[in-house]
Design a protein around this ligand. Structure first.
Ligand SMILES: Cc1cc2nc3c(=O)[nH]c(=O)nc-3n(C[C@H](O)[C@H](O)[C@H](O)COP(=O)(O)OP(=O)(O)OC[C@H]3O[C@@H](n4cnc5c(N)ncnc54)[C@H](O)[C@@H]3O)c2cc1C
Length: 493
């Protein structure tokens, strides 16, 4: 049997790769040249220079990961065939030219990926071939878990309970030991993996390196050094207390199942309660990822509209000055500014900082979460449609199991609690480096003498706050209560 294995940006690995394993199995483990054809399509949807410029960090990580995948396939005796064009056209063309029996790939959760797959499946079928999709983006197929009444889960805790009560997850699949060779001349135009420069981008050395090996090293490091103590450290913005595996999970340079089992196996070997708690805390985060994918699978419209229908038509403000301050890290609230600058520089933001910053944008500034969601998608290396959308809707108060709209983070107290010495702020807002830690999260409260000692004049060296916390809070509460009251009257009719 001849199989085209279609790698497509969320599964850039050879370990625990069900389509690859299946392609070999269908080939009865044989080594016939050309029987397993690994392909990556450079679709202009992501790889046209104007598209790539809209996601510079993700493209860099993706190119690293593609290079690593090509190398790994090479080590196994195969090679990555890279072809440019729209995948809905290219894949059926390759399948026809090579007369493959089937195309195998991992299933995608997002509505546009599902639409693409339907088109390709139809085209392949019409040409006498077929598309076979495999699970592996998530731990369990999204949509597999339902409430007792058969409806999709809308609340995280019962979802996670159902997940843990279901059958244990199977072990990850090993990487193949060898792969059949790929003929040199396939009768198609192959292209090299593009360079960043060819896409109009320059390398950012502050980003994580992408690739299966780098992902495995991050996982090993987390398991050995950070899993113990995760519960306490995970919320601290000044500490490196989390796994930093989000981009790996996004691009599938490691599978969620591999990460899950790695965490489980550490604690299974240990008898101490604290480590078990750390493990459960960590795997709960993997289940948040699961939950967000299940939400988007069941409700594809979430990328366009809020989960809570009473938020439709919410009077978000479109204030360009506020937008500029929030995106450039010049709001006058140090923790918010640190997160904005970390995003642009590193393509990453600590989860606690994401929550504070998103709450500030949607509540203090009354900004439309969709605009900020797109900004995060542009700059995050781990930018993922399901997780990012859920994170923004959660923060805005309009998502599934969201933070209630009347819970508004106070940036000053959040900063004091989760960055007590201001280490995180000082790293990203160097103009405050000399400020006494007591005032690092609220320079606007610092006495003139303290500011002078730190060489800071507010409004010159660092901005005055663009809104006053109490007034902004009151404005949001009034706006939200007014809108929801009106909506409930309409929805109840
Ligand atoms: C406004 C907002 C936007 C977000 N956008 C994204 C995004 O685009 N991509 C993304 O991967 N995460 C997103 N998150 C979730 C979270 O912030 C990141 O997953 C986390 O910071 C990644 O760091 P880590 O890998 O060290 O996490 P760890 O604490 O080590 O967690 C392990 C893994 O669990 C998953 N995870 C952790 N927290 C969450 C969460 N709250 N929701 C869903 N999955 C989670 C991630 O895959 C993460 O890699 C967002 C959160 C918010 C509040």
């Amino acid at each position: 049997m001849k199989t085209l294995v279609w790698f497509r940006g969320k599964d850039l690995r050879v370990s625990d790769h069900a389509p690859l394993t299946e392609a070999l199995r269908g080939n009865a483990g044989g080594r016939d040249e050309g029987s397993v054809l690994p392909v990556f399509v450079l679709d202009p949807y992501f790889f046209a220079p104007e598209a790539a410029r809209e996601l510079p960090h993700r493209i860099q990580f993706l190119l690293d990961a593609l290079a690593a995948l090509a190398k790994n396939l090479g080590h196994l005796g195969s090679r990555l065939i890279v072809v440019a064009g729209k995948s809905t056209r290219v894949i059926p063309e390759l399948a026809a030219r090579w007369k493959v029996d089937r195309v195998v790939a991992h299933r995608w959760t997002e509505p546009f990926g599902r639409k693409r797959d339907t088109i390709i499946a139809d085209r392949l079928r019409a040409a006498g071939s077929r598309l076979e999709l495999f699970e592996g983006e998530t731990l369990r197929p999204p949509g597999a878990l339902r409430t007792k009444t058969g409806t999709p889960f809308a609340v995280y805790t019962p979802f996670s309970r159902a997940f843990r009560a279901a059958t244990p997850l199977e072990a990850p699949l090993p990487a193949p030991k060898t792969l059949p060779a790929v003929p040199t001349d396939l009768g198609v135009t192959e292209v090299p993996i593009p360079t960043l420069e060819a896409l109009g981008l320059t390398r950012n050395d502050q980003l994580q390196i992408g690739g299966e090996r780098a992902a495995r090293e991050r996982l090993d490091h987390f398991r050995a050094e950070r899993l113990r103590g995760y519960e306490d450290a995970r919320d601290r913005m000044d500490l490196a207390g989390t796994s930093r595996l989000s981009a790996d999970l996004k691009f599938g340079t490691i599978s969620a199942r591999t990460v899950w089992h790695a965490a489980e196996s550490v604690a299974a070997a240990a008898s101490d309660e604290a480590l078990r708690t750390d493990r459960d805390k960590f795997t709960n985060e993997l289940l948040w990822r699961e939950f967000t994918h299940a939400l988007l699978w069941e409700r594809p419209e979430l990328l366009e509209s809020p989960f809570r229908k009473d938020f439709v038509g919410f009077p978000w403000r479109n204030d360009d000055d506020a937008w500029h301050a929030w995106t450039t890290g010049t709001t006058g609230y140090p923790i918010v500014d640190a997160s904005a600058r970390q995003l642009l520089a590193e393509g990453y933001v600590h989860n606690r900082a994401r929550m504070i910053s998103a709450s500030f944008f949607t509540k203090h500034l009354l900004g439309d979460y969709r605009r900020a969601e797109a900004h995060y998608m542009k700059w995050l290396t781990d930018g993922d449609w399901a997780q990012n959308n859920a994170g923004w809707q959660w923060s805005a108060g309009c998502g599934a199991d969201a933070q209630p709209y009347f819970r508004i983070f106070n940036p000053k107290t959040q900063g004091k609690k989760f960055d007590p010495e201001g280490v995180y702020v000082k790293r990203w807002v160097p103009e405050l480096r000399s400020l006494d830690a007591k005032f690092i999260h609220a320079p606007y409260d610092a006495p003139a003498l303290v500011l002078r000692a730190a060489g800071i004049t507010l409004g010159r060296d660092y901005p005055l706050p663009i809104v006053v916390h109490e007034a902004a809070r009151a404005r949001f509460l009034e706006t939200a209560a007014g809108h929801l009251k009106k909506k409930h009257v309409v929805l109840a009719r």
